[in-house]
Design a binder for this molecule. Structure first.
Ligand code: OGA
Ligand code: MN
Length: 325
């Protein structure tokens, strides 16, 4: 008779999804559980059981565990048929035991459901939060010329269309975490010149808004994929390699970009970049301020948390304006 495996470990991960590649729909928080079963001393005996639970399923399981606990506490000695984990799982009929487990504890696949209500559908001028010191130098209205925000620039279909072209290449790359001195932590990136015709149309719309006819956009579009725990440290884009305008689309996640004036760091602007928005940075915002994308732990806008998931940005830049002397 095959012996019953022991429970060697449990790992879990919390997710919020508004629809996933594995077919679930709806705005729901989920918990992924990974049970490691087997015999302590035998590598070959290891089995991994993956469970994906919605909140009601999690409560059901939790209630079962509580019952198990009270039964065990009360009748430790004369428990004739102990409830094994296997039986419990069979009884609950987890129909979706699937989905490879990703290690780590917090991963948000698609978090728009968890954006605070206060941050949904804001007009462009409310996408900027000024520090006190910067109010003396700029008005929000002026600054909006240097940091233009188009909140619903992409439709969901357009976002999917861009991702379907980016993902097959991107997923072959590994996220880079270890270069502490780099401007970016937890990222992978590429550049792309040729796009499918539907995506050419999207990028043309971006370029038309960002660059006047006399300006030449760079032929290559930069694609930067930040892991959920990735972030961009403060930097100014090299004036040797790119011109006066940076136009960025945000895919898959909202985020907060912070601009800090180099000559006076108390002058800063937090910019709320919702998923599927476009920003166009130029003039003083491009040259006088560093820009950064805040890490998940610090990602908040006017006190409201802006949870960070994987974020893919598609960035169009133009040729450097004139050769530097
Ligand atoms: C960069 C950068 C911003 C973004 O790649 O230099 O600042 O929106 N990216 O991803
Ligand atoms: Mn940059």
């Amino acid at each position: 008779m095959e012996s019953i495996p022991e429970l060697l470990g449990v790992d879990w991960q919390f997710l919020v999804t508004t629809g996933s590649s594995v077919g679930r729909v709806g705005n729901r928080p989920l918990v992924h559980l990974k049970l490691v079963l087997g015999k302590e001393d035998s590598e070959e005996s290891r089995k991994y059981v993956h469970l994906e639970l919605t909140v009601p399923e999690f409560y059901k399981l939790f209630a079962e565990f509580q019952k198990m606990k009270s039964t065990m506490d009360r009748k430790k000695e004369d428990m004739r048929s102990p409830l094994t984990l296997t039986k419990t799982c069979q009884r609950l009929r987890f129909s979706h035991v699937r989905c490879p487990f990703i290690s780590g504890h917090i991963q948000r696949l698609n978090h728009s459901a968890s954006l605070p209500l206060e941050l949904r559908d804001l007009p462009p001028e409310q996408h900027l939060k000024f520090s006190e010191a910067i109010c003396k130098a700029f008005s929000i209205k002026d600054f909006l010329n240097y940091m233009r925000i188009f909140p619903h620039f992409l439709s969901e279909e357009e976002e999917s269309s861009l991702m379907s072209e980016i993902e097959p290449y991107m997923k072959r790359l590994r996220y880079e975490f270890d270069h502490w001195d780099d401007a970016i932590h937890g990222f992978r990136e590429t550049e792309r010149k040729q796009w499918k015709s539907e995506n050419v149309k999207i990028l043309e719309k971006v370029k038309k808004l960002a660059f006047p006819p006399s300006v030449s956009p760079l032929q290559y579009t930069h694609i930067l994929d930040l892991a959920p725990e990735g972030y961009i440290k403060p930097h100014v884009d090299s004036i040797r390699f790119c011109g006066d305008t940076i136009a960025g689309l945000s895919l898959l996640s909202s985020s907060v970009m912070r601009l800090v004036r180099e000559k006076n760091e108390s002058e800063s602007v937090d910019v709320f970049l919702p998923r599927r928005s476009l920003y166009i940075m130029t003039g003083p915002a491009r040259y006088e301020f560093t820009h950064e994308i805040l890490k998940h732990e610090k990602s908040a806008f006017g006190g409201e948390p802006v949870p960070r998931a994987r974020r893919v940005s598609v960035i169009c830049r133009n040729e450097p304006t004139s050769p530097q002397t």
